[in-house]
Each structure stands twice: as structure tokens, then as C-alpha cells.
Design a protein around this ligand. Structure first.
Ligand SMILES: [Ca+2]
Length: 234
């Protein structure tokens, strides 16, 4: 081996060494340590969790506001049906039968001939009435007394096996009618109450009507109040 060859060999070895050295260093620079990767995972995980959480909250709020709006719609439909009615029956009215201690109140609630809510012709007829699945009457009903159909997410009306429309699922309307004091409509009095000074006859008290909409989902143990509407018939 001559001197030239020795130098050449050293040059090749030097280049190889340099190349290997560069490769080793670049591997150290370009890769991630376990700690770095774990930290990145934690940061990413926290972000994804927050996203999922906010999505769930959004759905819950959206569902609640839809339910609240539906509940108020059901209340206003029933109020529309009731608001032009007289307080007591236009034929028989509200009165006492008998005198003194044995006098009994007559006329509160539906009259004997009013077997369906379609015949209700005054406000006290509606006291205690409920409209919906498993209630006094089918429903919930609209202002015309027709059961409101269940609408599918695509906008079509849900039908049963016979092709008939199905009433709104899980919803019900309840009505409460109460007599209140003429000058204090927040004070409820019994349906047979009278006032001597100033004199107010048994059928002259204003009525407070409370309509409540309830919803019971497939997983709910009991119906939940979704909306409430109160009006006074002076
Ligand atoms: Ca009546």
C-alpha cells in the first residue's frame, strides 16, 4: 500500500464516519421521546373530551328548548279552545240546591249530558280534564278539539298499522279551573265559596284556568312538566 492509497482509505473512512454520525444525530433530532408523545396525547385527549362534552350539552339544550316550545304550543291550543267560554254553564249555571247546612253546590264540572269534551260549553266543565295517552280523553288536542298527530323527523305524519294518524307520543295537557277572589286573583277559594261583604254570589267569582303540558319520554319514570299557562276569566 502506498501513501496515496493510505490517504484515500482514510478519506473513505472519514466520509463514512461522518455520514453515520450525521444519520445518528438526525435520528435523535427528528424523533419524539416517549414523554413528548404522551404529553401530545394528553393535550389532544383533553381537547377531544371538551368537544364531546360541548356537543352533548348542545344536544341537551336543543332538546329542552324544542320540548319547551312544544309544551307552550299545546297550552296555547287549549287556551284558544277555552278562552271564549262562559265561566259556568249557560243553561244550568252554578247554584246551591237546598238551603242552610244541607245546601249542596250544583253545576261545577260537566253536566250529565256532556259526556265528551266536545260538548263542554263552559270553563268549569274542563276542571280536572286531561288530554293525552292514558288520560281522560285522547290527545293532546288542538283548538278545534282534534288530536294532534305525531310528526316524524322527516316531516311526515306517523301512522299506525291501519294507516291512521297517531297522536303525539308522550305528551298530555291538564286543566285546572279554580275560583279566585275578585280583587285578589292569587287567592284561591273553594268552588262553593260565597262572599257577604261586599256581596259576591257563588257564580260571580273570577276563574283562574291553569293549563299544563307534560311530557313522558320512553325512559322517563313519570311525566315531566314542560310548560304552564295561566289565564283569568273575570
Ligand atoms: Ca257545561
Amino acid at each position: 500500500m502506498n501513501a496515496h492509497e493510505v490517504i484515500d482509505c482514510a478519506g473513505v473512512q472519514g466520509r463514512v464516519g461522518r455520514r453515520e454520525g450525521t444519520r445518528g444525530r438526525s435520528r435523535r433530532r427528528g424523533g419524539f421521546t416517549l414523554l413528548e408523545a404522551a404529553l401530545a396525547l394528553v393535550i389532544l385527549g383533553v381537547g377531544v373530551l371538551a368537544l364531546i362534552e360541548s356537543q352533548a350539552m348542545f344536544f341537551a339544550h336543543n332538546r329542552y328548548s324544542t320540548s319547551a316550545a312544544t309544551g307552550m304550543y299545546l297550552c296555547t291550543e287549549l287556551r284558544e279552545r277555552m278562552r271564549r267560554l262562559p265561566r259556568h254553564d249557560p243553561v244550568t249555571g252554578l247554584y246551591f240546591e237546598g238551603t242552610g247546612q244541607s245546601a249542596t253546590l250544583q253545576g261545577w264540572g260537566p253536566e250529565t249530558s256532556e259526556t265528551s269534551f266536545l260538548y263542554y260549553n263552559d270553563l268549569d266543565d274542563y276542571d280536572g280534564a286531561t288530554f293525552g295517552a292514558g288520560a281522560t280523553f285522547a290527545g293532546p288536542i288542538d283548538s278545534a278539539g282534534v288530536a294532534i298527530s305525531e310528526v316524524m323527523p322527516d316531516g311526515t305524519i306517523m301512522e299506525n298499522a291501519e294507516g291512521e294518524p297517531v297522536s303525539m307520543q308522550g305528551w298530555s295537557q291538564r286543566v285546572r279551573v279554580e275560583k279566585v277572589l275578585p280583587f285578589d286573583t292569587s287567592t284561591v277559594v273553594a268552588s262553593n265559596a260565597t262572599q257577604s261583604s261586599p256581596p259576591v254570589a257563588v257564580d260571580q267569582f273570577p276563574l283562574r284556568v291553569t293549563i299544563t303540558a307534560f311530557y313522558q319520554g320512553p325512559l322517563d319514570a313519570a311525566p315531566r312538566e314542560m310548560a304552564r299557562l295561566v289565564f283569568i276569566q273575570p
